[in-house]
Design a protein around this ligand. Structure first.
Ligand code: TEU
Ligand code: CA
Length: 560
């Protein structure tokens, strides 16, 4: 195998949330055989890689991000044989497969933790992070779990608190223990030896905690202690070790999920010379609407800010290191509802986002349903929601006396279940996702937004995705060209030039519901440039004055 062939720089990745993708047996839960049955759809879409969210054995406190057996598949999703078949059939269809690996924490039902909590001298005790109860009866520190409440839980059995950055069913692992690290590396090899093509590494920059677990100074009540567990003191040593011992031996791609990184700190993970990861997911642009405290503290934002963040990352990673390009995933609200306009300009704005993703420098990730323009959902009653983060928030804010309406508005705006309603395959009952009762309700708009209808409509969001994915592959300038932003001061249009020795692309994206006129800057060479892509059927263009329609996307191409 050719090492480090960097195929992932040219790839388009499609993210699958298995529980909501396709149910093959009518139990209402998406499964591995369901994915197999839709490989043709993915092949025709043109994606090169599927990233499959966790399918390992799990009690599902956090839908699989709480693993109780890394070497087995949870029965809701199928069997190891089904997984082997998925790997084989994906490869037959020319699609590589990346698994989601959760190694910052396990489930509290993982045999390691069941042992660990028994006593302080149990051999597995040190696989997790424990603290003696403070003498004054307080918590070990003021860190807040990402899923509400304290990040510590007392275990009666061994008489200590354990750390859980996420739910109490997700105890954090102690990466300082070399035995634990060896066990994790074995798990990685187990899957790589089955022929998978890489990993998405969940919360991988959380694995090294500042010793002593200091409280966040000056804080009232519980707060996120991010500075004490994200990008911690040993994180790069640990990742380099995993790279040396495991990743570097295979022709794979690795992408780390890393909230709270800057272009400078991200480069420490993805600089080829350091030997850690190929890419990371940074969160700056998707946290644009986040206030000081946490994701539920929502603040207004502007297109100008959004552009400047995207552009900053374009400029800093690319020559050294590499970007991952995304505007949605299973933890985020739907991109078209958030960054586009899911009412009057649903199709146009979904295509604007697609054009951006497919023309920026980096590896683009499409989240299931994004290619259909799937939108956020507003379920009337909290009982329709399933996400542990959402349900914990609801309880916390209800207990604090926040009015129901205000809580629901937060959930509508930013709740993770927005992204987790079933994939909309057709207009039949339950959107063709299941013949049973889906584990979470379908978005009522499936009658109009669905794959079957969109395949038949040449002007659909889905067909536009196909076109753009093919376009990206036909123009290496998108992978290796330089990046330069235009109209930086505009609060409506995002525009940039991509250029290499053969071609120049001039991308113009109207991120507003207004039409306006744009004077193309003198330093953009339009001589012989043609309209290569348009989301409104624009065929040709001449001169230097562009009349942009609302949410218009246009890409000009000049061959040199
Ligand atoms: O997410 C980590 C993470 O930090 C986010 O959940 C974040 O808290 C949220 O998006 C609010 O900004 C990963 C997985 O993607 C997520 O699904 C898991 O719940 C979480 O880790 C725990 O494994
Ligand atoms: Ca099923």
């Amino acid at each position: 195998m050719k090492k480090d062939s960097q195929w992932w720089k040219r790839a388009v990745v499609y993210q699958i949330y298995p529980r909501s993708f396709m149910d093959s047996n009518g139990d209402g839960i998406g499964d591995i055989r369901g994915i197999v049955s839709r490989l043709g759809y993915l092949r025709d879409l043109g994606v090169d890689v599927i990233w499959v969210c966790p399918v390992y054995q799990s009690p599902n406190v956090d839908n699989g991000y709480d693993i109780s057996d890394y070497r087995d598949i949870q029965s809701d999703f199928g069997t190891l044989d089904d997984m082997n078949e998925l790997i084989e059939k994906a490869h037959e269809n020319g699609i590589r497969i990346v698994m989601d690996m959760v190694m910052n924490h396990t489930s509290d039902l993982h045999p390691w933790f069941l042992e660990a909590r028994k006593s302080k001298d149990n051999p597995y005790h040190d696989y997790y992070l424990w603290v003696d109860p403070p003498a004054d009866g307080s918590l070990p520190n003021n860190w807040q779990s990402h899923f509400s409440g304290p990040a510590w839980k007392y275990s009666e059995e061994c008489g200590q608190y354990y750390l859980h950055i996420f739910s109490s069913g997700q105890p954090d692992l102690n990466w300082a223990n070399p035995e634990l690290r060896a066990a994790l590396k074995d798990i990685l090899r187990f899957w790589l030896d089955k022929g998978i093509d890489g990993f998405r590494l969940d919360t991988i920059n959380f694995i090294s905690k500042v010793p002593g677990y200091p409280s966040v100074p000056g804080a009232k009540g519980l707060v996120r202690g991010s500075q004490f567990y994200m990008n911690g003191p040993k994180v790069h040593d640990y990742l380099h070790e995993v790279y040396e011992d495991v990743f570097s031996k295979y022709d794979i791609m690795t992408v780390g999920e890393t909230p709270n990184v800057t272009p400078e700190t991200a480069l420490q993970y993805v600089d080829e010379e350091r030997g850690e990861l190929n890419m990371v997911f940074q969160f700056e642009h998707v946290n644009i609407d986040q206030g000081k405290t946490n994701k539920w503290d929502i603040r207004p934002w502007s297109i100008k800010e959004f552009k400047s963040i995207v552009s900053k990352w374009q400029k800093s990673l690319g020559e050294k290191g590499w970007n991952s390009i995304y505007v949605s995933n299973h933890d985020q609200a739907r991109s078209v509802s958030r960054f586009g306009n899911d009412e009057r300009y649903l199709k146009e704005s979904a295509k604007v986002l697609c054009t951006m993703d497919m023309t920026l420098r980096g590896t683009p990730y499409v989240y299931q349903g994004e290619e259909l323009g799937m939108t956020n959902v507003r379920f009337e009653n909290i009982s329709s929601y399933r996400d542990v983060q959402t349900l914990n928030l609801y309880k916390e804010l209800t207990d604090a006396g926040v009015p129901e309406h205000d809580i629901m508005e937060k959930i509508y705006y930013r709740g993770r279940d927005n992204a987790r309603t079933p994939m909309q395959w057709d207009s039949s009952e339950n959107a063709g996702f299941t013949i049973g009762k889906p584990w979470i309700d379908v978005n009522p708009n499936y009658k109009t937004i669905n794959a079957e209808a969109e395949l038949a409509d040449p002007d659909s969001v889905l067909n536009y995705y196909k076109t753009m994915i093919a376009f990206r592959k036909a123009h290496s300038v998108i992978v290796d060209g330089s990046y330069r932003e235009c109209f930086e001061e505009s609060d409506r249009v995002f525009s940039y030039v991509r250029e290499n020795d053969e071609e120049m692309l001039f991308v113009v994206l109207n991120y507003s519901a207004t039409k306006f006129t744009l004077q193309i800057p003198d330093d953009v060479d339009m001589d012989g440039a043609e309209v290569a892509v348009s989301n409104i059927g624009r065929k040709s263009f001449s001169g230097r004055v562009l009349d942009l329609r609302p949410y218009e996307a246009v890409v000009f191409l000049k061959r040199k």
